[in-house]
Design a protein around this ligand. Structure first.
Ligand code: ZN
Length: 326
């Protein structure tokens, strides 16, 4: 995260995701996420309904935590590098392939908003200026966080965005990025929202990784709360955005095997907020995805793995596809 800098979300005591609490929470969480909860509770394929059973089976092949196949090598991709590497980005053929002439998402517009910008730290005056987010005034943007080894959130978000673009274009979608490190800084959070609005996007996803305390692990999806103040009116997008977010959370669990956040969201992987300009000013369905915590060494090992980022991109994209196909 994001707009208030590392440590915004106060660390909370870690919750055990097993036992009676998990069973209780399972009643509150949707779809495939329920499958994960069932799997976590019983340590194996669950005995729930059909969707839960299918998801639990999928989870069983990729147990929660660290799928061994994606653990980065000690000398591998954790060291920061100035230039893209094979590990850093999808192959040119994948990232430059023309959108499918047809596909299930033909005619659909998806806007991907890679959080922050690798150049923000060189433009602190510009990104610190205040912008109107309807409910409040807030900084234009922030630099974002990084792993302890210096892998920047802004590089992470761009990499996942490129992988998602390739996956969604394969499905026939028209994909637009709010920034592609093709501008010195920003855009500001209000402009990020307006880019999605102007594109008449069918879905917008803002990509982030958190900067919370060590020991805080897992992903969460941030949903817009109902806001009606100044230029902000989210009332029409609260419902569809929740649907989008629930589908992304469920597919993220299914594809990555990662658990929902253990420090926000009460184990659901879903958090509702009213203080983010990128959500407040959106007039189209939009969520943020905090893919993991860069300041936790185990999460950082995932976030710095290209193989894991590909899974994250696929999980989020699968959620978008599910939402757009209804
Ligand atoms: Zn962020």
């Amino acid at each position: 995260m994001s707009y208030t800098g590392p440590g915004f979300d106060p660390p909370q005591p870690r919750r055990s995701l097993r036992g009676p609490l998990t069973v209780a929470l399972a009643a509150l969480v949707p779809g495939a996420l329920l499958g994960w909860a069932v799997y976590a509770a019983v340590d194996g394929p669950g005995n729930g309904g059909s969707s839960a059973g299918a998801s639990a089976t999928a989870s069983a092949s990729a147990p929660s935590g660290v799928p061994s196949s994606t653990t980065p090598s000690p000398s591998g991709d954790r060291k920061p590098s100035a230039s893209p590497t094979a590990e850093e980005s999808p192959s040119p053929s994948a990232s430059t392939s023309a959108p499918a002439a047809s596909g299930p998402l033909k005619g659909k517009v998806v806007v991907i908003d890679p959080g922050h910008n690798p150049g923000n730290f060189r433009h602190t005056a510009e990104i610190n200026r205040q912008v109107d987010i309807g409910t409040n005034r807030k900084e234009c943007d922030t630099t974002g966080t990084s792993t302890d080894d210096g892998y920047a959130e802004a590089r992470f978000t761009l990499d996942v965005a490129h992988r998602m673009r390739a996956l969604l274009e394969e499905q026939g979608a028209t994909v637009k990025l709010t920034q592609d490190a093709d501008r010195p800084f920003g855009p500001c959070v209000d402009e990020r929202a307006r880019i999605g609005n102007a594109a008449k996007a069918d879905a917008v996803v803002s990509l982030h990784a958190d900067g919370s305390g060590a020991g805080n692990r897992g992903f969460h999806v941030i949903l817009p709360g109902a806001v009606d103040a100044g230029a902000a009116d989210t009332r029409a997008i609260v419902g569809p955005s929740r649907d989008l977010g629930e589908r992304i959370a469920g597919n993220f669990v299914r594809v990555t095997g990662s658990a929902p956040s253990n420090y926000v969201g009460g184990g659901t992987g879903l958090v509702t907020r009213k203080d983010l300009g990128g959500l407040n000013l959106s007039t189209v369905p939009k969520v943020f995805v905090e893919c993991g915590n860069m300041r936790d060494s185990k999460d950082a090992a995932l976030l710095t793995s290209g193989a894991w980022r590909q899974k994250a991109a696929r999980g989020i994209s699968d959620g978008i596809v599910s939402f757009l196909r209804g």
